[in-house]
Design a protein around this ligand. Structure first.
Ligand code: ATP
Length: 497
């Protein structure tokens, strides 16, 4: 019957339009509105359905859940906390006996690339659940109510798919939760509010005695942005910090990613872990991958330590560029980098791992430092030394050319940030202050005082080592790199002279 109606309409409408045109009525506005209305209808209809079927499939694909906690390097504390929380789902009898409220949401918070998605996948495997993943940005739409509809469908999908797979539970992973769960500001973003409200409603609708059980794991890099309604007990009330790995963690992650690669037997992974201070898991994975690419480029059957060191530079600073520099520029950059390196060796002997004069990413040269050990607390002296290393480049330019160049912009930014840390930690002559109450003039005054004083000291120290500059400059210009060991012997030889 419906089919006939459609055919009748298709036949009747053009006849009617022709008739109206013949008797002198302008049908263009009607045509325009009909076309616009149809377009709008289909767009909203298509977007409004989460299960916007394309080739008959739902967009919430069940992901592979064979990933285990053993495949995640480091993060021992996060893994332990997560397993403890997941035991609420696994050890149901004990939980019920004690009358413990079921766990509905776990929030993983930490910097990008630290393994939050991996933890969620492993959680699904540990609890023998199906795993569905979505990202906060997928729920953001122009049309009010569409995001909320998608949330509803996500939960519905999780239930049906778990039932179909014969599982008792489902893990829903929402990455970038801050996109939909940001603090609500009273009506500015109605669409976001509706999406968040829908998520809260769905979470409130989770009951312990209902099968399949749903657990939501959300991840964020910006926990401070989240709405308090999302964090209250009964919702995302388990917060697990997923931090950057320490040296032991880095070694573990490197070894995991080296497992499927042919490594040279002389590679000292411990040294690589040391050199990759403050790298995330994703960056470490990238180091191993880039090292393999370097090995392939050199037709080497195994990955050598030199490939790994090149890969570290690439991940840190970007690929080598072919930027053509003039002879004068090269010399200035070389002296600038030597300034940083000589200062670094003076305040922290043994800390330079390489001085390089090859353009990489946005830099024309660089010094790779080697942190002696992971450090989380810094003293005033340490931070002052750090500023002096940062100012070493500009100081060297002043000594040899009488003026500085734009090449020190990044160094000054770094120095000013350290001054900020000093002020906020109460380590300056201002004593303990509320940094948020300080006027821009006061900031300018205190950074001026600290930086001028340290710049003066840096220049005096470098001036006294002019012969080290002169001796190492030619090598650097010729070889393009000087490794830490050779650099230290040059210093030893010429400092004594
Ligand atoms: P984002 O916050 O950007 O979403 P994330 O914390 O979810 O990042 P993942 O997606 O889990 O990070 O990690 C990205 C990749 O980095 C992984 O596929 C893996 O190769 C590697 N990786 C990160 N952390 C680890 C780890 N702890 N152990 C092993 N590999 C890791």
């Amino acid at each position: 019957m419906r089919k006939y109606w459609l055919e009748l309409t298709i036949g009747f409408v053009p006849v009617l339009l022709i008739f109206l045109t013949v008797i002198g009525i302008n049908v263009m506005p009607v045509l325009f509105f009909a076309l616009f209305g149809t377009l709008l209808f289909f767009t909203v209809k298509g977007k409004g359905k989460l299960t916007a079927f394309s080739n008959g499939k739902s967009r919430n694909e069940v992901k592979d859940t064979s990933f285990t906690f053993g495949q995640i390097g480091g993060q021992e504390r996060a893994k332990q906390e997560l397993v403890e929380a997941l035991d609420f789902l696994v050890k149901r009898d004990q939980i019920e006996k004690l009358g413990i409220r079921p766990l509905k949401g776990i929030l993983l918070a930490g910097p990008p690339g630290t393994g939050k998605t991996l933890l969620a996948k492993a959680a699904a495997q540990y609890t023998d659940s199906i795993y569905l993943a979505a990202s906060g940005s997928e729920f953001v739409e122009m049309y009010v109510g569409v995001g909320a509809g998608r949330i509803r469908d996500l939960f519905k999908d999780a239930r049906t798919k778990a039932k179909k797979a014969g599982k008792e539970s489902a893990v829903i992973f929402i990455d970038e939760i801050e996109v939909i769960g940001g603090k609500r500001d009273g009506g500015q973003h109605r669409e976001y509010d509706q999406t968040l409200n829908q998520l809260l409603t769905e979470m409130d609708g989770i009951h312990s005695n209902e099968l399949p059980r749903i657990l939501i794991i959300a991840a964020t890099n910006r926990k401070e942005m989240l709405d308090s309604a999302l964090l209250r007990p009964g919702r995302f009330d388990r917060h697990i910090g997923v931090e950057l790995p320490d040296k032991k963690g880095r070694l573990h992650i490197l070894n995991i990613h080296a497992d499927n690669k042919p490594m040279d037997e002389n590679v000292n992974m411990d040294r690589i872990a040391e050199q990759t201070y403050s790298f995330s898991g994703a960056q470490l994975e990238s180091v191993m991958n880039e090292a393999a690419i370097y090995a392939m480029r050199e037709s080497s059957p195994v990955i050598m330590e030199s490939h790994l060191l090149m890969a570290i530079d690439k991940v840190l600073l970007g690929e080598k560029t072919d930027r053509e520099t003039t002879k004068e520029e090269r010399e200035r950059v070389a002296l600038h980098e030597l300034g940083h390196a000589i200062m670094a060796e003076h305040v922290r002997p043994g800390s330079v791992s390489q001085v390089a004069l090859s353009p990489r990413g946005g830099a024309l040269g660089y010094v790779r430092h080697q942190p002696q050990q992971d450090q989380y607390l810094y003293t005033t002296a340490f931070l002052h030394n750090q500023i002096m290393i940062a100012l070493g480049g500009a100081a060297a330019e002043e000594i040899f050319y009488g003026e500085r160049s734009t090449g020190s912009r990044g160094d000054f930014e770094q120095a000013v940030n350290i001054v900020k840390t000093l002020v906020e930690s109460g380590l300056t002559s201002l004593g303990i202050v509320d940094a948020t109450m300080m006027t821009p003039e006061k900031w300018a005054e205190i950074s001026g005082t600290i930086l001028d004083d340290l710049m003066g000291k840096t220049k005096v120290l470098l001036e006294a080592r002019k012969n080290v500059f002169e001796a190492s400059l030619q090598t650097l210009l010729k070889e393009e790199t000087i490794d830490g060991v050779s650099f230290r012997s040059m210093i030893k030889l010429h400092e004594a002279a």
